[in-house]
Design a protein around this ligand. Structure first.
Ligand code: KG4
Ligand code: ZN
Length: 339
């Protein structure tokens, strides 16, 4: 059983082939960072145009490089949402066209479920139920995962996502887009204690987040300070610490409130080393186990889509030929949509 995965939800074209016995056979990514860098953020129209040019050639390359024949592909999985409408439609259209031509089933995948289950690409033994912290450019969510396809939203950001906050502060610090990992590298040179930023919403008993206040606080601080390297590094350090502390406090609360002892941390921001270390420390202290995917699979990729596609294919959950995309597709709606 072999699944072709197509990921075009946002600004990177990801193509992968996953085999149920051999695992991940090939995983290719065409990054659009250099397209959007000059605008300091994603331009949806340009993202869609790039997907249009890259998706089919990348699939051809994946087949050629891996040596997989078309006839060995059992089904095609594509990201149906959440994401940018124009970008989603490219992956969906290519996926449906190939499904028709190759006479194989087509499977719509929820992008956030892809992130959520991505640690299983490395670590096969994550038992349900578990807590998941999903931190990406578009989302910041705490999820309770009961079984595949059954998820409950415990809390989420009421405004900016963590990735968005990282990218905006990185831009103000003069760093390139997307700024999360660059800001984190700069933070390594920061002096602990020089600045003190708020840890938002940590005293509210719920599991929601808010990062826009911290973002404004940090932006005001940047405006008032000199722009020398050390000051920028010190601000980056304190911003990263404030974000990570907030996420860790809410994860600890989610474990406590649910009584669960397993936590998955996934999405682009889960590549952040400070976050990984601090969540691990908290989880160990609370006799809990934490699961990550390897850093190169934290950000958007076709592998997670092919993997979830394989799980759905095993359950015989395919789609009809009419194209389904849903830019705001919620994880909690999944069990009703995937039949
Ligand atoms: O999951 P992802 O690739 O895209 C979405 O689904 O949105 O996440 C991208 C986000 C960007 O905001 C990027 O700056 C952030 O993940 N990111 C990081 C790191 N690596 C990527 N943020 C903080 N630290 C990192 N090491
Ligand atoms: Zn993503």
């Amino acid at each position: 059983m072999r699944i072709l995965g197509i990921e075009t939800s946002c600004d990177d074209t990801g193509i992968a082939i996953y085999d149920n016995r051999l695992g991940l056979i090939i995983n290719l990514l065409h990054s659009q960072d250099n397209i959007h860098d000059q605008y300091g953020g994603i331009v949806p129209e340009l993202a869609a145009r790039s997907h249009m040019n890259k998706t089919v050639p990348l699939i051809k390359t994946a087949l050629k490089k891996s040596g997989c024949s078309i006839s060995s592909i059992s089904a095609i999985a594509y990201t149906a949402g959440p994401g940018l409408m124009g970008s989603l439609l490219i992956g969906a259209s290519v996926g449906h066209a190939l499904s028709f031509a190759w006479k194989v089933p087509i499977i719509p995948i929820n992008h956030m479920e892809g992130h959520l289950l991505s640690p299983m690409l490395d670590e096969k033994k994550i038992k349900f139920p578990f807590i998941a912290l999903l931190v990406s450019g578009g989302h910041t969510q705490l999820i309770q995962a009961f079984k595949i396809g059954y998820y409950k939203l415990l809390g989420e950001s009421l405004d900016d996502s963590v990735g968005e906050a990282f990218d905006k502060i990185a831009k103000l610090l003069g760093l390139k887009y997307p700024g999360g990992s660059v800001l984190s590298n700069l933070a390594q040179y920061g002096t602990p204690g020089r600045f003190k930023f708020p840890r938002p919403m940590v005293y509210s008993s719920d599991l929601n987040f808010s990062f826009s206040g911290l973002k404004t606080y940090t932006a005001n601080c940047i405006n008032k300070q000199e722009k020398d390297f050390q000051t920028r590094a010190d601000i980056a350090y304190e911003f990263e610490s404030a974000v990570v502390d907030t996420l860790v406090i809410k994860c600890k609360r989610a474990l406590k409130q649910t009584g669960l002892r397993r936590i998955v941390v996934a999405g682009g921001v889960s590549a952040n080393n400070t976050l990984r270390k601090k969540i691990k420390k908290m989880a160990t202290y609370h006799q809990s186990k934490v699961f990550y995917v390897k850093p190169e699979l934290c950000t958007d990729n076709g592998a997670m889509i092919a993997y979830v596609g394989m799980l759905r294919f095993k359950e015989r959950k395919h789609s009809e030929l009419n194209i389904f995309v849903s830019p705001n597709w919620l994880l909690s709606e999944l069990k009703n949509k995937i039949k």
